[in-house]
Design a protein around this ligand. Structure first.
Ligand code: GRF
Length: 201
């Protein structure tokens, strides 16, 4: 699998620590902290700077070329902060996963934790989903729910959610690589008796 990151890369790190076969980590920013972690573990790294491309299509074409050079069966977006073109998404349809820090379809887009607090929701969480051309949308593989507690701010809530992201994302990727994920009518099921939801206290 190939993992695309833009920054810290803690979800990528969780994948590596879970023992998943990571062929390469690619970033759209040379200063992404996660690149150092990957390189230190002997994982191939690559940078495709979005600022070097005037148009989104040209950037995505270069990115696809970099990704394809590793012949991955799975492409994982892990804090990759670029909106991808429909062409890119189509190219990897059915083998492109994303993690989003909310219980989708609530709160797609940015600032999910602040918006969850402002809405007064009592449960929040994270979602692993297959990527479609619509932002933060697509068949849901796994979700983790966490409570929103009195006194939470977006930092404490983000940390509670992130800890669960690190559990569900490697699990979802492993299911994919084991050929256990089945999408029927836009709904994802896992072959065998595996819960697709996690509740963290
Ligand atoms: C995570 O919260 C993820 O859900 C979101 O961006 C953040 C990336 O964090 N898409 P990291 O780079 O994996 O640490």
């Amino acid at each position: 699998m190939v993992i695309l990151i833009s920054g810290r890369g803690s979800n990528m790190q969780a994948m590596v620590e879970a023992g998943l076969p990571v062929a390469a980590v690619i970033s759209n920013r040379a200063d992404a902290a996660g690149l150092k972690y990957a390189a230190a573990r002997g994982i191939a790294t690559d940078v495709v700077e979005h600022r070097d491309y005037a148009a989104r299509e040209a950037f995505d074409a270069a990115l696809a070329q970099a990704v394809d050079s590793y012949h991955p069966e799975l492409v994982v977006l892990a804090g990759f902060m670029r909106i991808l073109t429909a062409g890119f998404v189509l190219r990897y349809q059915g083998r492109l996963l994303n993690i989003h820090p909310s219980l989708l379809p609530s709160f797609p887009g940015l600032d999910t934790h602040g918006r969850a607090l402002a809405a007064g929701v009592k449960l929040h969480g994270a979602t692993v989903h297959f990527v479609t051309a619509e932002l933060d949308h697509g068949p849901i593989v796994m979700q983790a729910a966490v409570p929103v507690l009195p006194g939470d701010d977006d930092v404490s809530l983000a940390a509670r959610v992130l800890a669960q992201e690190h559990r569900i994302y490697p699990q979802a990727a492993r299911w994919f690589l084991e050929g256990k994920l089945v999408i029927e009518g836009g709904v994802v099921c896992v072959k065998g008796d595996h819960p697709q939801q996690l509740y963290a206290p």
